[in-house]
Design a protein around this ligand. Structure first.
Ligand SMILES: [Mg+2]
Length: 272
């Protein structure tokens, strides 16, 4: 998104006042209690690449036993290419990475005269490995503190199942792009989280590692966003700078101590 893009609807400053864009977001965050924190998962609370690699390795080893003609013809890169082609053909399911993997496998199994039902067993195996994430060490201690004062909702484009991970007791709710019907930067996941929590964008803070899918996507909705930059990446020049960049979630917690916080009403929040 170019830096001269108009400010989002509901933005407290005039749309043409680009230079003050980030200042306005900061003002909004400081004056409204943060009732809801939406948090990206992959590469924000745990590293993504190692767990996907391990899951794909396990899947290929299993397929080599169950459907050897498939693994003779398709290595991990060829399978990825097949999924990419399927996503291009089926934009209606492209946001649902589990469905894309399942349908891609079903098509290849059918093409090679295997039982397509093998795809379901393959996906069960893949998911078991996909959920073996190892959260960064700062995540559990910080989020277990923050959940006393804020509603915490995981929002992911990926397919980790939070209830099956070490962070199962950390979030009040976990939402996926598959459930929302669209992947970030589409606003659907943010809207679903805010609807569930019954809060406005001004009462929401988003936390994530991706400049476009997390920070800019949230900002376009009038949601203040924190960029989690664990690997000292450079901020993309074409985007307005993030309101706040932190190395890890301790930085987020320190910053939150300086802004108004919503203290949950035990009557209302009991059922979360
Ligand atoms: Mg991420």
């Amino acid at each position: 998104m170019p830096s001269h893009a108009p400010a989002p609807a509901g933005h407290p400053l005039s749309a043409e006042d680009d230079a003050r864009h980030s200042v306005a977001v900061e003002t909004m965050a400081v004056h409204a209690p943060v009732r809801l924190i939406t948090i990206d998962l992959d590469d924000t609370v745990w590293p993504c690449a190692p767990v996907i690699q391990a899951a794909e390795d396990a899947l290929l080893a299993w397929l080599a036993e169950q459907a050897p003609r498939l693994t003779e013809r398709f290595d991990a890169a060829a399978l990825r290419e097949h999924r990419r082609a399927l996503m291009a053909e089926r934009p209606d399911i492209a946001h649902d990475v589990t469905q894309v993997r399942r349908l891609s496998l079903r098509a290849l199994l059918a093409e090679l005269d295997y039982d397509m039902a093998l795809a379901d067993a393959a996906m069960d195996l893949f998911q078991r490995h996909r959920n073996r994430v190892e959260p960064y060490t700062d995540v559990a201690p910080v989020l277990s503190r923050l959940r006393r004062r804020h509603r915490l909702v995981a929002v992911t484009n990926g397919n980790a199942e939070v209830h099956a991970t070490p962070l199962r007791d950390t979030f009040h709710r976990a939402l996926t792009a598959a459930e929302a019907g669209a992947a970030k930067p589409d606003p659907a996941l943010f809207r679903l989280a805010m609807d569930w929590a019954g809060v406005s964008p001004a009462e929401t803070l988003h936390v994530g590692d991706d400049p476009v899918r997390d920070v800019e996507a949230a900002r376009r909705l009038g949601i203040a966003a924190v960029w989690v930059n664990r690997d000292s990446q450079s901020w993309p020049e074409h985007l307005p700078p993030p309101q706040l960049a932190v190395d890890d979630l301790h930085g987020l917690a320190r910053w939150l101590e300086t802004v108004p916080a919503h203290v949950p009403d035990p009557g209302r929040d009991h059922a979360l």
